[in-house]
Design a protein around this ligand. Structure first.
Ligand code: DUC
Ligand code: ZN
Ligand code: ZN
Length: 464
């Protein structure tokens, strides 16, 4: 079956031009003029962009005494409705588990459910000698990035020795180290002191995780990686101080990369101080910061200090534990430290960034594609299979209607939560048709996908 997308404006990280795009089975067969296929889709007035790639998600993840509320079907469906066709999720190593066992468990979560294509980062929580020896095999497993948490003391956090030894292995074997950079020891002290002082409201989540502790951990991870000789990818960077650490390292020529997440452009720590318990909806780590940090992030993505914008999609119900829902934010009523950390966003990323970023004049449409599609593919070993409109690439294509409008609302979203951070926001520019490897998943408001049709992406080792 050959489908031609006719007369659209093809947008890549570097070019914008009018052409027909011919899809043959799962791949892009040709780009040119007057192409013909068995089926024709008129894309006049539309952009034709690579499917979005979200390299930071947590689907079906046991965390904070509950489980994130989107699984590999609902999360994928929401992603596709938002124009995202590939994601990388975190397979979290349980204590005593091998990396293979960990990955098998996460493959099991995706099996029969996946609709878009997916990969895994392996998140190490227990680096014993057996795991040290197993680490190089991650390349064979197709999982070429390893995440370490410098926060969540007593749960996911690792010490500097573990981080450094993993970096040495990465330097030797060609995988990419990713860090959640916050100083977990100091945060643990601040949380205990806040609770002892009787401070239990959601806003104390932000107040006990100050930006300096993210900047310090970012700087420490960078310096450790420079000594180990490994590349480093800093996940969900939120503030000007942490950004400065990245800029200094990149200025030295170090292979340091960083992402921010879409929600950090839109919210501040004041959102955690909304009336009653409402602020719990905005509890995630690192927390939302100040308007000045938002401005630094907009500048950082425009000047390439930051290379990727992802979501850290980690949804929880606001009112969980009822009607068959897993427990949600209510777990932290009376104790902010028990609020499950995480926010929904996989469905919203492309449209809010198109609206506020491209239409809002923060960056070009090509940079939007680069930040949301091409750089994630390049950094995580999927390029040029993913992340670009080019002959031979997977036909992961979004036909983007730049004039379509919508009002974001939990009532109409596909993510499995009872709230949306952007509730009421007017967006201009929406996905019209979404293809994953040539299969039509979304046609306007209509779902066309089939559970189990998404596949695991066996990624290549990291290469600058
Ligand atoms: N931060 C979150 O808010 N949720 C999941 C994990 C993380 O680091
Ligand atoms: Zn994190
Ligand atoms: Zn995360």
């Amino acid at each position: 079956m050959r489908t031609v997308i006719k007369g659209g404006t093809v947008v890549t990280a570097s070019d914008t031009y009018t052409a027909d795009v011919l899809i043959d089975d799962e791949q892009i067969a040709a780009i040119g003029q007057n192409l013909a296929g068995d089926m024709t889709i008129d894309a006049n007035g539309m952009y034709v962009i690579p499917g979005g790639i979200d390299v930071h998600t947590h689907l079906d993840m046991p965390f904070g005494g509950t489980t994130s509320s989107d699984n590999f079907f609902t999360g994928h469906q929401a992603a596709a409705f938002g124009g995202t066709t590939t994601h990388i999720d975190f397979a979290i190593q349980g204590k005593g588990m091998s990396l293979k066992e960990t990955l098998d468990a996460w493959h099991g979560r995706a099996r029969g459910k996946a609709v878009i294509d997916y990969g895994f980062h392996i998140a190490i929580t227990d680096l014993n000698e057996a795991v040290m020896e197993e680490l190089p095999y991650c390349i064979d497993y197709g999982t070429t990035s390893v995440k370490l948490f410098m926060a969540y003391k007593g749960a996911l956090m690792v010490d500097d020795e573990t981080l450094f030894r993993a970096m040495q292995q990465a330097a030797k074997h060609g995988f990419l180290i990713c860090v959640h950079a916050e100083n977990g020891d100091a945060i643990d002290v601040l949380i205990r002191q806040a609770l002892e002082a009787g401070h239990t409201e959601p806003k104390y989540h932000a107040l006990t995780r100050p930006p300096e502790l993210e900047a310090e951990a970012t700087y420490r991870a960078i310096r450790l990686s420079e000594v180990a000789g490994s590349p480093l990818y800093v996940v969900h960077l939120t503030n000007a101080g942490a950004l400065e650490a990245v800029q200094l390292a990149r200025g030295r020529g170090a292979p340091i990369y960083a992402e921010t997440c879409v929600q950090y452009f839109f919210f501040t720590k004041d959102d955690l101080d909304r009336p009653g318990f409402e602020g719990a909806k905005w509890v995630c780590s690192p927390p939302y910061r100040e308007v000045s940090d938002q401005q630094a992030l907009w500048k950082g993505v425009a000047d390439n200090s930051l290379q990727v914008i992802s979501t850290d999609h980690c949804p929880f119900w606001y009112e969980g534990g009822i009607d068959g829902r897993p427990a949600g934010k209510e777990l932290g009523k009376g104790n902010f430290a028990k609020i499950p950390n995480g926010c929904p966003g996989i469905e919203d990323r492309m449209k809010v960034l198109y609206t506020a970023g491209v239409r809002g004049g923060k960056f070009s449409i090509n940079r939007w594609v680069e930040l949301c599609c091409t750089n994630p593919a390049r950094l995580f070993g999927m390029y040029p299979k993913k992340g670009v409109i080019a002959p031979g690439s997977d036909a992961d294509i979004v036909i983007w209607n730049p004039e379509a409008t919508a009002t974001i609302s939990a009532a109409t979203q596909h993510m499995t939560t009872d709230y949306n951070l952007y509730e009421g926001m007017e967006v201009v520019g929406l996905p019209q048709m979404v293809f994953s490897r040539g299969r039509l998943l979304v046609d306007g408001d209509t779902w066309k996908g089939e559970a189990g049709s998404g596949v695991f992406v066996h990624r290549k080792p990291f290469k600058v």
